[in-house]
Write a protein that binds this ligand. Structure first.
Ligand SMILES: Cc1ncc(COP(=O)(O)O)c(C=O)c1O
Length: 397
């Protein structure tokens, strides 16, 4: 008899995740299989991580090769994959220096520490970071303070000081919150966890101008938007601005845990001993990230995300015309969401699951799609067909 893993989870695992009743045992490309052998089209992508799809041959090959060569040395020594990855990211971005961590939250922590050092040295001791309401920056205590959502903050108060949350998209609110204690502004270009939102008009350009005017650093959290997800290698290219610090994680090594923060030379103020990590930048994760990033760049995976994203968006727009309970389609590249006028996200997710499509219920009334960036027209057609059939069956209460 098959092991009931979901019962074991209920008994053994801390109750942190509201999981979908599906045990995934295998993946290949844009597909995964459950423990009963049923196949699913994966439009969750490990929460925007498996950009090249599951078990991509280039990724699997480097995992095998590097496992035979070297996994870990500590940062007491130089290692080749770390420095190859550093060169690759710096050559292909507007940033000048990099530090490798193990997750998104940890990358953001490092970015904030760097901004605080900058504040101490260059801004008369300024230490406050202004972030946005409805943002998501990770689950550590400091990143919980940066994450402008009460539901994440309330259970853990008191939170570390030095964070202010202001309305996303409201430049006047940001200006009013800025004081001589402010060392940085930290923003997502598209807020994924809040349901895929991006401010209209020239908000980010105005933020960039304000940071230039005040001398405050601009940190862009590109953990979800970077590495091709929005249809360009970096999200900031689409908004015609450059960050002083950028953070990455998620798709950087296609599923092997790694995070990074990159900084312009002027913000690169750490001196030896001021930051560090045991695992961060280890040869294993860096070799996998190197192969992943190289493939993304050489094969123009961001271009595919743009084209397939537009194709999917057009299809979703057609569904919106067909189903009046769809109120909004939004997003860029392959980070898209559909919003409903009722809380039917769970019913839609369950229907998709039955018909073999994995989606993310990002809000009670919204689904988010973050498929691998290597999907083809057939995958999109299949997802649209399933969504159409699911929506047809949904009964509005
Ligand atoms: C924009 C953004 N920042 C930070 C994080 C945190 O990353 P991690 O879960 O790897 O700590 C996430 C995760 O969803 C994210 O979407």
């Amino acid at each position: 008899m098959a092991t009931n893993w979901q019962e074991i989870e209920k008994k053994d695992y801390l109750r942190t995740f509201d999981r979908v009743p599906l045990t995934i045992v295998r993946g290949k490309g844009s597909r995964v299989w459950d423990d009963n052998g049923k196949e699913y089209l994966d439009f969750v992508g490990g929460w925007a991580v498996t950009n090249l799809g599951h078990c991509h041959p280039v990724v699997t090959r480097v995992i095998n090769e590097q496992a035979k060569i070297l996994l870990q040395t500590s940062n007491q020594f130089y290692t080749v994959p770390q420095l190859q990855l550093a060169e690759l990211l710096i050559q292909h971005s507007c940033l000048h220096r990099v530090f490798f961590a193990n997750s998104g939250a940890e990358a953001n922590e490092g970015a904030v520490k760097l901004a605080r050092r900058y504040g101490k040295l260059k801004l008369n001791g300024a230490y406050e970071v202004i972030s946005a309401t409805d943002s998501f920056h990770g689950r550590t205590l400091a990143m919980t303070a940066a994450t402008g959502q009460l539901k994440f903050q309330e259970p853990y108060q008191p939170l570390p000081i030095g964070f202010k949350n202001v309305e996303y998209g409201n430049i006047e609110a940001l200006k009013q919150a800025t004081t001589n204690l402010t060392c940085a502004v930290m923003l997502e270009l598209v807020q994924g966890e809040s349901g895929v939102h991006t401010p209209a008009g020239g908000y980010f350009k105005a933020v960039r101008d304000w940071c230039n005017q005040t001398g405050v650093l601009l940190i862009l959290d590109e953990i979800q938007t970077g590495l091709g997800r929005l249809g360009s290698l970096w999200g900031y290219e689409q908004f015609d601005i450059e960050p002083d610090i950028m953070t990455l994680a998620k798709g950087l090594a296609n599923g092997v845990p790694i995070g990074a923060f990159l900084a312009k030379e002027k913000a690169s103020v750490f001196v030896p001993g001021e930051h560090g990590s045991t695992f961060g930048g280890n040869p294993f994760a860096c070799a996998v990230a190197c192969a992943t990033v190289k493939f993304i760049i050489e094969k123009n995976i961001a271009g595919n995300a743009k084209v397939k994203g537009n194709y999917f968006l057009n299809g979703l727009e057609k569904l919106k015309q067909q189903f009046p309970f769809i109120t909004c389609i939004r997003g860029r590249g392959l980070l898209l969401a559909v919003e409903f006028n009722e809380d039917i996200g769970q019913a839609a997710l369950t229907g998709c699951l039955e018909k073999g499509l994995l989606v993310n219920k990002v809000k009670p009334n919204a689904l988010r799609f973050m498929p691998p960036l290597i999907i083809n027209d057939g995958d999109v057609d299949e997802a649209l067909d399933i969504l159409g059939r699911v929506f047809k069956e949904i009964i509005i209460p």
